[in-house]
Design a protein. Structure first.
Length: 346
């Protein structure tokens, strides 16, 4: 199902193009017919291409990318500012400053200057200055707010740029193409589609038409951001919403059988079945049958309750291994034998 229905496109007047004498021949594939000296845009192609741009913007936003909205025409200034601020994206709605992208190092310095003047005004330090200096700073701040207020939080080049009219925003289009940044544009019948990566054929002169396209792309940003938040939550808590520390705690309770694939087992000295676990099983079998050949030493780091056997403590309070106990028993037997022979001779 398309993100925008054909009825909505018709009601917004997206299908109206320019006069036939003002057209760009490169837009011919997107023109449906001519009526009353005006080109009619093929809305079927608009629907498909708008869906394509919608998915692209959503994917970029889901990865944490930045989309710069550009529209300095009176028809789209307000909606550009409102929708960009609503979704937390940078925008240019007053005038495109030459070098905003290609000379971003210098623009970034002006942005820092604007933040500094904002801080001075908020803290009340600007009012302490002489009148002449204070008024000069206020005029400078006002000018910076008009030209750079929409990109005040843009700390790097955007990942995608949307332009409402690539012909009017010719400087912005050239800078974007020079840097190789993907460009999405609402192209009327007088535009050059070769300069645009994601063409959206439509009327760029009507307020309703511009508002519909811009709000649709802003909705794509919202969906992408929501998808990113869900992905981050699942990445922190796991697929089932269980935190890693809960999985480790559950491994203590369930032992080796309760471990899931990919979960680190509890205890540093833990050994999976088939390695040291089988050796412990064989050692336990020999000890239960009365044999003295096994060492019976507990593997270092192994916790009691994870397959290990608790060794009883001697009277002195220190832990005695089965091998050491067998050695002490043999020595005591050897010492008692001479005393028996001496008593028989007497």
């Amino acid at each position: 199902m398309p993100v925008v229905s054909m009825k909505e496109l018709l009601e917004s007047g997206v299908h109206f193009g320019h006069q036939t004498r003002r057209w760009n021949p490169k837009m011919k594939p997107y023109i449906f017919t001519e009526r009353g000296g005006i080109h009619i845009i093929d809305l079927q192609q608009t629907t498909v291409l708008l869906d394509r741009a919608y998915e692209f913007v959503k994917n970029v936003a889901s990865r944490g990318g930045t989309i710069l909205f550009v529209g300095t025409k009176k028809q789209c200034q307000d909606v550009i500012r409102e929708e960009a601020e609503r979704v937390g994206m940078p925008y240019v709605s007053h005038r495109w400053l030459g070098g905003l992208l290609t000379n971003f190092v210098t623009i970034e310095k002006r942005i820092r200057r604007m933040h500094e003047l904002r801080r001075l005004k908020e803290e009340g330090q600007m009012s302490l200055l002489p009148t002449k200096e204070r008024m000069a700073m206020e005029r400078e701040l006002e000018k910076l707010e008009i030209n750079l207020g929409g990109v005040a939080n843009m700390t790097r080049l955007p990942d995608v740029v949307f332009v409402a009219d690539p012909k009017r925003e010719a400087i912005a289009t050239k800078e974007v193409n020079k840097l190789g940044i993907p460009l999405i544009a609402l192209c009327d019948t007088n535009c050059d589609p070769d300069e645009v990566d994601y063409v959206i054929p439509g009327n760029d002169d009507a307020i309703k038409s511009c508002s519909l396209i811009i709000r649709t792309l802003a909705r794509a940003v919202e969906e992408g951001r929501a998808k990113m938040q869900i992905s981050e939550f699942l990445g922190e808590t796991g697929e089932r919403g269980e935190r890693p520390e809960e999985k480790v705690r559950r491994s203590y309770e369930l032992g080796e059988e309760g471990l899931e694939e990919g979960v680190v087992p509890a205890g540093r000295g833990y050994r999976p079945a088939g390695s040291a676990g089988e050796g412990r099983a064989r050692t336990g079998a020999r000890q239960s049958s009365g044999g003295r050949g096994g060492s019976g030493a507990k593997p270092s780091g192994e916790r009691a309750g994870l397959g290990g056997r608790q060794i009883p403590r001697a009277a002195s309070g220190r832990t005695t291994s089965p091998g050491a106990a067998a050695t002490e028993e043999a020595s005591s037997t050897d010492q008692s034998a001479p005393s028996a022979e001496t008593s028989s001779e007497q």
